[in-house]
Design a protein around this ligand. Structure first.
Ligand SMILES: *Cc1c(COP(=O)(O)O)cnc(C)c1O
Length: 434
């Protein structure tokens, strides 16, 4: 048995505390693996909710943190500045799609999205369109767990339907259905549906928000760059801002540094978080174009952007984010992601037996993301324990068994992940379960 620390003083996320078995205790990690008390070591197929893109214990990232800690751990950004925050803002402006020129920091993806939505509403007010105070979101969207974000998550299948009476109401367009490589005519229906909602409600819509190309927590729904381009054109036509939530897709997950690049589109506002610091500290960036920023410039002090998280621009977070970016560029992570993609395709897309399994509804791969979708969530009951016996940490949700590995995951480690995912379907399960 593993030694576990289990006490209900620690309340776990999304967990039924009455029935959840004691959580394994992580004591360290290196590369794609984390280590448990008791000596077990698991390859993390999820890179910890998709943020530990360099894996665990990366020497350059931990050194950057230590050096920054010796200098300055924190100072407020209200009325003060410091080099790590300025350098990170400059770096993000350099690497993000052209036109995004201003960076507002906060401390998590949800807050980054709250900032984006407030920015869009205040923008519309200060441009003389105060009636535009709602968002347009997509079904199957996930944008975070805070109140404002819950209100723009999928209102039916999302995990927040319980809070319906508490939340403001927004508009929703159907989730896009055309896959990543769909020909333009196959995307026309998705685009027409989006246009329909905008035609009807644009007068009250401040912004359209979307996770471009990959609706992540809503079921790893992979959609077409054509749809993203059409969304840009429709927003321009109807005077609606376009917000890209690249919290999950940013920093290489879809195969390019940002998903927006697949479509050659610049949103008005873009939010980054998960991979920003390589997962080593919580932080987020909300980027805006010069046009959005200009709406806040005025002789009237009340036109300033009314937001300011205590820990925005934390020097440790900014320093480790800068180091993360340097490693990403110097060590050709995009090349590495392409190699992971080829391997995921070979292992999962080209496996006929997997596709023939009656439980499997779909298999999809985009960048360093792969998912096996089943028709019935019960078909994944027990897969986590099954994987752990084989040294793999998988954490499926709903009908989706997925991997989003750290980019430093070696080929043999990635094969161990995909082999385990397939084995769940293809091997006699009863023989292997305790
Ligand atoms: C995880 C996630 C968020 C929320 O980020 P937190 O840091 O957990 O608040 C928002 N949007 C997307 C697309 C995400 O995947």
């Amino acid at each position: 048995m593993q030694p576990t620390l289990s006490s209900s003083s620690l309340w776990h996320p999304y967990a039924q505390m009455q029935t959840q078995p004691p959580a394994p205790q992580v004591v360290g990690g290196d590369g794609a693996r984390f280590h448990l008390a008791g000596g077990e070591s698991l390859i993390d197929a999820t890179c910890s909710w998709w943020c530990m893109i360099h894996g665990y214990g990366h020497p350059r990232l931990t050194r950057a943190l230590k050096e920054q800690a010796d200098q300055l751990c924190h100072v407020m950004l209200g009325g003060l500045t410091h080099e790590p925050a300025q350098a990170l803002a400059d770096a993000l402006v350099r690497i993000t799609p052209p036109g995004l020129e201003h960076v507002f920091f906060s401390d998590s993806g949800s807050v980054g999205m709250e900032v984006a939505m407030k920015m869009a509403v205040q923008y519309q007010v200060q441009r003389g369109r105060p009636g535009r105070h709602r968002m347009l979101s997509l079904m199957r969207a996930y944008h975070g767990d805070t109140s404002g974000c819950m209100a723009v998550c999928d209102p039916e299948e999302g995990m927040h339907s319980l809070f319906a009476g508490f939340l403001p109401t927004h508009h929703f367009a159907p989730a896009p259905t055309a896959p990543f490589d769909a020909p333009p005519e196959a995307v026309a229906g998705d685009i027409a549906a989006l246009r329909g909602v905008l035609e009807q409600h644009h007068q009250e819509i401040a912004a359209l928000l979307m996770e471009p190309l990959l609706q992540a927590a809503g079921g790893l729904n992979m959609t077409s760059p054509e749809y993203v381009r059409a969304a840009r054109a429709l927003c321009d036509e109807f005077g609606v801002l376009l917000i890209f939530d690249e919290v999950a897709t940013g920093f290489g997950r879809t195969g390019k540094l940002f998903a927006a690049e697949h479509a050659g589109v610049t949103p008005d506002i873009m939010v980054l978080s998960k991979g920003l610091t390589g997962g080593y500290l919580g932080h987020a960036a909300t980027l805006a174009t010069g046009e959005v920023f200009a709406a806040f410039l005025s002789d009237d002090p009340d036109h300033a952007f009314m937001h300011g998280p205590t820990f925005m621009g934390n020097p440790l977070a900014c320093r480790v984010a800068l180091e993360s970016l340097a490693v990403f560029e110097e060590e050709d992570y995009l090349g590495r992601i392409a190699a992971l993609n080829a391997l995921l395709r070979e292992e999962l897309m080209e496996d006929d037996a997997l596709h023939r399994d009656p439980r499997v509804a779909d298999v999809r791969v985009l960048g360093a993301t792969a998912v096996i979708e089943v028709s019935d969530a019960a078909d994944l009951d027990g897969v986590q324990a099954f994987a752990r016996q084989r040294g793999i940490w998988l954490r499926p949700f709903g009908r989706w068994l997925y991997t989003m590995p750290a980019y430093i995951t070696r080929d043999d480690e990635l094969r161990a992940i995909t082999t385990t995912m397939k084995a769940w379907f293809l091997e006699a399960r009863d023989a292997t379960l305790p």
